[in-house]
Write a protein that binds this ligand. Structure first.
Ligand code: MN3
Length: 198
């Protein structure tokens, strides 16, 4: 299969003021599109043609750096657009909230850990909430890497590459992360991924 760029699941203006139309136009229409196009070019003629996106990401890791970077970023961004919604944040669906409290301690502790992971990721990367061996964990990763390559299933991730926040927040990455958690997260989508992963 080849990679394709889906439309955003909401309008370009609808995450404002927390994420602007300008950021979404650059991030979705240019950055994500480049990962799709580069990924398709690098996929051609490799053993990974015809594999699912998850199989490409896991298989190319450590073997084909160019393909891995672009396929990884395609996977990460496909979910990232769905990890946000207008008027997001808010209440976490019951089952998932219970599991966060059980494995991480409290919802507040999860939020602190998640923001700290994104803040302390040196340079470009992502912060994650993922399920590994039946347990939720908060981690961070560099560049296009994600928890899939460590045998975990990501259920929430936030892009901390500068292209994701510099237009709206300049160098204030912690403010972007706080706004993401408080006003943008689509918890229904996170809960859906959680229920598929358990
Ligand atoms: Mn990005």
């Amino acid at each position: 299969m080849s990679f394709t760029l889906p439309d955003l699941p909401y309008s370009y203006d609808s995450l404002a003021p927390y994420m602007s139309r300008e950021t979404l136009e650059y991030h979705h229409d240019k950055h994500h599109l480049a990962y799709v196009n580069n990924g398709n070019n690098l996929l051609k003629g490799t053993e990974f043609e015809g594999k699912s996106l998850e199989e490409v990401v896991k298989g190319a890791y450590g073997k084909n750096a160019g393909l891995f970077n672009n396929a990884g970023q395609h996977y990460n961004h496909l979910h990232f657009w769905n990890w946000m919604k207008p008027n997001g944040g808010g209440a976490i669906p019951g089952e998932l909230e219970k599991k966060i409290i059980e494995d991480i301690g409290s919802v507040e502790k999860f939020k602190e850990d998640f923001i700290a992971a994104g803040t302390t990721q040196f340079g470009s990367g992502w912060a994650w909430l993922s399920l590994k061996d039946g347990k939720l964990e908060v981690t961070k990763s560099a560049n296009g890497e994600n928890p899939l390559i460590h045998g975990a299933t990501p259920i929430l991730g936030v892009d901390v590459w500068e292209h994701s926040y510099y237009i709206d927040y300049r160098n204030r990455r912690p403010d972007y992360l706080k706004a993401f958690i408080d006003h943008m997260v689509n918890w229904e989508y996170v809960a859906e991924l959680y229920s598929k992963a358990v």
